[in-house]
Design a protein around this ligand. Structure first.
Ligand SMILES: Cc1cc2nc3c(=O)[nH]c(=O)nc-3n(C[C@H](O)[C@H](O)[C@H](O)COP(=O)(O)OP(=O)(O)OC[C@H]3O[C@@H](n4cnc5c(N)ncnc54)[C@H](O)[C@@H]3O)c2cc1C
Ligand code: FES
Length: 509
């Protein structure tokens, strides 16, 4: 038995600050069949930005969201709206050349301006404000890398400078600073996008999970209680559900953790990320009458989850010790797809697709990458040329460098599969309240969780995506699949794909 306990839960309510401080939406469930120009599956920042762009261009759209809009990765983000992505450009220029690195930067810069414009034009109350964003160095080695990134990004025409003036409450050696960047309450922003999309022949549906996508003229999206027929379909579910486009092989999910602690000081006009390891991301914000400092980090591949409670504790210690944070109010985690070659995938789902498009691989910078991706597809579906489309093309040829990475990443997934298959012998000894374990009995693996009231919940431990064995995440109280990152609630409900079906109930072993 591979048991894990949440009896020593880390500090803070296990909910994102953004979810805790945004009101909720109440769009209807799709019930019946409808026809629109474009069906958009997924009500996160990528899907809803595309939907609004297409509606503004004169198309009718239907957004199909499995849960509530914005409550996926977007509602669990840090909230930086920036084109400075730690030290990304050095790697992009090395692997893809300066021109493609420049295009990536321009797309992300334009995405910042697009968000600012939409906030103003639609009057969305989402705490968007301009800040400087810093990648800071504490070690000599990181200082060199920060200097190089600053010099390169300035040459690429981005708003970059090297500085030793970094407004952090602890000493650092220097930083690359991008001016005119932003931060946002991304969930409130996305709720505002949804309100702008809904109406005049366009729709937003919540509580409606797409089960199947059929390419054709028209294309069809099947859901439990109805279908959407559309000329074009955009799959913006963060990771395409099921096996579509085989993107679960071309990117891997990377999880990170965030704690939000209360402070007495007002928010700074700056956001930060460290160049050194362990990576730390910092953002200050006010909400609900309090000020908070967000500290993020502890990122890992899904196959290497380890002690999740310890990860929250290390972040809390950083917030207390280095940022003067008092009580940790909230904690949460989420994951995003990291593409093999460092560039998001935007375009047709596969080389043979006719009308089905995808946005994925946003590499933990999707508030801008997802916005840029949506602008690309808005142009593509409207017959307009887009200058970033070829660089982000979902069917681009994989460079040699990423072929090696493909093999390495998928070998790691294979080890996760084997680890799941080899987990311990059946041992149905009593679980303590708050503990979960995968128990093997009668040739079946069952995911068993005992809640705080002592009630036992048993579901199949076999991930409905491709059959890996899930493991218990004690800090977030979820069943997580180590292979491609699907995540389930303790009653088996899918929280994050690529799985699209719940873990079915199972008899108690
Ligand atoms: C810890 C962390 C911090 C981050 N911080 C930042 C940051 O500061 N700045 C930044 O730019 N980026 C950041 N990112 C990345 C960014 O948050 C994401 O890239 C972005 O929010 C992804 O948006 P999305 O629309 O692709 O996905 P989502 O917001 O997840 O939207 C997809 C939606 O699809 C729905 N869905 C899934 N399957 C189905 C289905 N079958 N049918 C219908 N609906 C379905 C889901 O419910 C979900 O609402 C961070 C990522 C992580 C992991
Ligand atoms: S997410 Fe692919 S097998 Fe679980």
């Amino acid at each position: 038995m591979n048991a894990a306990s949440n009896s020593e839960r880390p500090e803070g309510e296990p909910v994102s600050l953004w979810v805790a401080t945004a009101g909720s939406t109440d769009f209807p469930v799709l019930d019946g069949d409808i026809d629109v120009d474009v069906a958009v599956i997924g009500g996160g920042i990528a899907g809803l930005t595309a939907a609004l762009g297409l509606k503004r261009a004169g198309h009718t759209v239907a957004v199909i969201e499995a849960a509530r809009v914005g409550t996926g990765v977007t509602g669990h983000t840090t909230g930086k709206v920036t084109s400075l992505h730690r030290l990304t450009y050095t790697g992009l220029a090395r692997n893809h050349g300066n021109n493609n690195a420049r295009t990536y930067g321009q797309a992300n810069q334009d995405a910042i301006e697009h968000v600012a414009q939409i906030v103003a034009q639609e009057g969305i109350d989402c705490d968007f404000r301009r800040v400087a964003n810093y990648t800071y160095a504490e070690s000599d080695d990181a200082l060199e890398r920060v200097r190089a990134e600053a010099a390169l990004t300035a040459r690429l025409g981005l708003p970059a400078a090297f500085t030793t003036e970094v407004p952090l409450p602890f000493p650092v050696k220097g930083a690359v600073r991008f001016d005119g960047q932003g931060q946002i309450h991304a969930l409130k922003y996305v709720q505002g996008l949804a309100r702008a999309v809904n109406g005049e022949g366009s729709f937003v549906f919540e509580g409606t999970r797409a089960q199947r996508v059929r390419d054709g003229s028209p294309g069809v999206v099947d859901t439990e209680r109805g279908t959407v027929r559309a000329r074009d379909i955009i799959v913006a579910t963060n990771v395409p559900f099921g096996g579509q486009g085989l993107f679960y092989l071309r990117s891997h999910p990377h999880r990170s953790y965030i704690v939000a602690g209360r402070v007495d000081t007002p928010p700074m006009d700056a956001t930060f990320i460290s160049a050194d390891e362990p990576m730390r991301s910092i953002l200050t914000v006010s909400g609900g009458g309090s000020s908070y400092v967000l500290s993020g980090g502890e990122g890992h591949r899904m196959s290497e989850s380890g002690d999740t409670a310890g990860r929250y504790r290390r972040l809390a210690a950083f917030a207390h010790d280095r940022l003067g944070v008092g009580e940790i109010a909230y904690r949460w985690s989420t994951q995003d797809g990291i593409p093999l070659d460092g560039l998001p995938y935007v375009g047709l789902m596969s080389p043979t697709s006719k009308h089905v498009y995808v946005i994925t691989g946003l590499r933990k910078w999707g508030l801008t990458n997802g916005t840029a991706a949506a602008l690309i597809l808005t142009d593509t579906l409207t017959g307009r040329e887009n200058r970033w489309a070829s660089v982000f093309n979902s069917n681009r040829l994989t460079p040699v460098a990423s072929a090696g990475r493909f093999i390495r990443e998928n070998l790691k997934t294979m080890s996760a599969v084997l680890a799941g298959k080899l987990s311990g012998p059946p041992s149905p000894a009593a679980l303590a309240p708050g503990e979960g374990a995968v128990i093997k009995a009668g040739g079946k693996s069952t995911a068993v969780y005992k809640d705080d009231d002592g009630q036992v919940h048993a579901v199949s431990a076999v991930c409905t995506h491709l059959g890996c064995t899930v493991g218990f995440n004690s800090a977030d109280v979820t069943w997580d699949c180590p292979c491609h990152g699907s995540r389930y609630a303790t009653d088996g409900t899918v929280i994050q794909g690529p799985a699209s079906k719940n873990l079915p109930p199972a008899p108690q072993p």
